[in-house]
Design a protein. Sequence first.
Length: 347
Amino acid sequence: MVKEAMLEANEGNLPSVAAPVTPPDSGERTVSKGRTKKSQEISWGKIRQLIERYVRERPQDHIATFLADLREIDISRKDPSAFYRTRDLVRPMGQKIMAAVGQDLEDPFYYPDVRAERYTTSTISPIRYLMGCIRKDTTAIVEFGSGWSTNLFQIYVGHGTTRSASIGYHGAEYTIEGQECAKRLAQHDGKINYFAHSFDYRKPNIAFLRKYTGHILVFTRHSIEQVQTINPSLYEDLCSLRAQVTIVHIEPVGWQRSQELMRRRADDDAAFFGGIGETIDGDIVSVERQLANAAWWSWRLSYNTNLLSIIEDYCGRKKGRLVKREYDFSGVGNIMNPSSLFHVELW
Ligand SMILES: C[S@@+](CC[C@H](N)C(=O)[O-])C[C@H]1O[C@@H](n2cnc3c(N)ncnc32)[C@H](O)[C@@H]1O
């Protein structure tokens, strides 16, 4: 029973899992809108109940164990490509495999791998990537749309209590249940400098970051996806902080690079997207179709349409520098809603 409740509660928590709405057979968007605040509150409320129970029944356990129980420890190996860089015997193979996806062995994200009997590439976990963005002068780490802050807690577990002593961890979340759940976990740990804040991408308020100097690591993970149009003032506000800001988005917006799909979405072209929905499994090979399917998923749930344009605008105006961009690197939770990564240094 507990296991069932956990799986149910956790369903909406997997970063790549979209809203628990019934998928339509075709592109009929009238039956599918983005996740409601209420349903998100219910999900995070269930996780909170589980955490209360864990704390009560296993008071000596570390939060890492609770995260593992909730299927939320995904820190991955550090620098898996080092093996190929340092071994003459396998380096040419490694180079060739990476070159096939336009990468080299210096890439900090992809590494050579074998999957389903074939040489291919995999990526380190987003948590590991974010950990790599922490600097000696990092004073705060913040996730917007943080849910119950599982990503922040994983970063904390990986980075460790000692090195986290001078870092404020901030979960900025839409739902009270997510905030309360995170506070309970932080309280159980007792050492993390954790703060929960109410946050809405449509009216962003980041006053809680104004006191920081040094460097702030900001990230988002499958939360901007849920807001059709985020307020671009978020970037202006981040630029106006005293600290230097790194921002990493892990969001399913790779399809936004297609001008054609963006035009169809702006036109709310139901016939076009309906056609994609009706032939969804027709082509599982081409990149174009993968993008179209992701655009369809976004359209039927009224998911985000403006993140990529905000990033491009900022970098185009030289107010930020795009350090890394990886389109559609993983569909681990839902192949229809694949994650892309954008790493930007704001100026
Ligand atoms: C799929 S969950 C991801 C949560 C978390 N980022 C993670 O990876 O576990 C989406 C999150 O976006 C939040 N969200 C939805 N609408 C939002 C809004 N307007 N502003 C801020 N966050 C929002 C939800 O409350 C939820 O916590």
